[in-house]
Design a protein around this ligand. Structure first.
Ligand code: GLV
Ligand code: MN
Ligand code: MN
Length: 423
């Protein structure tokens, strides 16, 4: 059975390709085509969550852009989009990234890897390139975990590193399950899960991404090759107490879960600051029911913790957990801790890294604290990453940026890499 569905079988209007005429654009022009999609007027930046209108619009845009270039578009069993330069096949050289975002994110995290892939294909086609290995662009679904909490759902499901039952039961802030949202977006969640046929086609994966830190600013270089991704994960701390009236409940009579939640947040900073190279963040706090005049009955605190080896991120989380338990007890509350996701060190293929480095004129090699689908893929196929300089050093925020000239440079270098690997 063919694992991918050809585009014709998936709903939505895709502009027909004019025979003999293929679209061509630079990565900067392609970014401009989508710069209004998912703009978040309340938060600033972009909110493009999986299976919402904005993300759906971006998927339609991608399919249209790919079809206009004569690429063969498929949707795999796990809602990842594929666009093939020629015939789909085994040992493919695959590039791409994701189109979903964090809440109020920047314009480049994800989309830069997609537009540079399309533009690199344009450069290759313009020079009459005929690949000897199949060549494809992939757009992974729900990389950020911005809607369902767990990141890299598309690549984890594809590789079988996440049980489909668990993914399908994940709920967004409104209580909608991943399965319900996927079905509403036209997918068949009963088919989600390890897809050996699609995975087996990937011979090499190269993801181009905006840099999310300051490495390239310090090195004064426009482009780097990735070395590894540090261990990182997400833990949900659920504090429960007694919901009650803010005006009639005396201070001594309260079991307010917001108190241990607040103490946990300061404990996170204290514990992480004491460990070299550790990063730990509470960026999401969800009180239930969440009323100004209501003592919460429950508070969910989402912890994001990361620590390079030989440090041990689980030890750091265990220390934070102890402090959270003590704080909960003092307030007469309870706390439950659940590991929502964890990814150990992702070491990119050293041979591929060195080849890319040589192709790119001895480009610098950088580790990163940011997670990517490439980390998931690296356990299964030779994988590499390219980072484009971000002059603000800021990411997951509207200030994320890449200079147009650096984007063009990164695109030309990506084309060079694809030409070399697939030629
Ligand atoms: C994704 O960008 C992450 O690092 O969480
Ligand atoms: Mn991101
Ligand atoms: Mn990303």
């Amino acid at each position: 059975m063919v694992s991918g569905r050809r585009d014709e079988t998936v709903g939505g209007a895709v502009p027909a390709r004019v025979p003999g005429v293929a679209a061509r654009a630079s990565a900067n022009e392609l970014l401009a085509e989508i710069d209004r999609v998912g703009a978040d007027r309340a938060r600033g930046g972009y909110s493009r969550h999986v299976f919402t209108g904005a993300e759906g619009e971006l998927r339609e845009w991608f399919r249209g852009a790919a079809r206009a270039r004569g690429l063969t578009v498929e949707v795999d069993r796990n809602a990842n989009l594929w666009a093939w330069f020629g015939a789909p096949g085994a040992d493919a050289v695959v590039t791409g990234s994701h189109l979903d975002s964090v809440p109020g994110g920047g314009a480049y995290d994800g989309p830069l890897g997609v537009v540079s892939a399309l533009a690199a294909f344009d450069l290759l086609r313009a020079e009459g390139f005929v690949p000897r290995r199949p060549l494809a662009i992939v757009v992974f679904a729900e990389e950020e975990g911005g809607r369902f909490g767990v990141p890299c759902l598309g690549s984890r499901l594809l590789t079988g590193t996440l049980e489909p039952e668990r993914a399908l039961a994940l709920r967004d802030g409104d209580g909608t399950t991943f399965a319900e949202a996927a079905r509403a977006a036209g997918h068949a969640p009963e088919h989600f899960g390890r897809d050996s046929e699609t995975l087996g086609r990937i011979g090499t994966f190269v993801e181009l991404h905006v840099e999310q830190g300051r490495g390239l600013i310090h090195l004064d270089a426009p482009l780097a090759v990735g070395s590894n991704i540090i261990p990182h994960g997400r833990w949900r701390f659920t504090f429960t107490g007694q919901g009650n009236h803010a005006g009639t409940t005396l201070m001594d009579d309260r079991h307010d879960p917001m108190l241990p939640a607040a103490q946990m947040i300061t404990a996170v900073r204290e514990s992480a600051a004491a460990v070299r190279e550790a990063r730990a963040t509470v960026g999401r706090l969800v009180p239930t029911p969440g009323g100004t005049n209501v003592i919460a009955s429950q508070v969910d605190v989402w912890l994001d913790a990361r620590l390079p080896e030989p440090g041990n991120v689980h030890e750091l989380v265990a220390e934070i957990t102890e402090k959270a338990r003590a704080a909960a007890e003092l307030e007469g509350c309870a706390v439950a801790v659940r590991e929502e996701s964890y990814e150990g060190t992702a070491a990119f293929d050293p041979e591929l890294r060195d080849r890319l480095r040589a192709m790119l004129g001895n480009a610098p090699v950088l580790p990163t604290g940011a997670g990517h689908d490439a980390a998931v893929l690296a356990r299964f196929v030779p994988t590499a990453m390219l980072y484009v300089r971000n002059p603000t050093g800021i990411s997951h925020a509207p200030e994320e940026f890449a200079e147009p000239a650096d984007i063009d440079h990164g695109t030309a270098e990506l084309a060079h890499v694809l030409r070399t690997l697939a030629g």
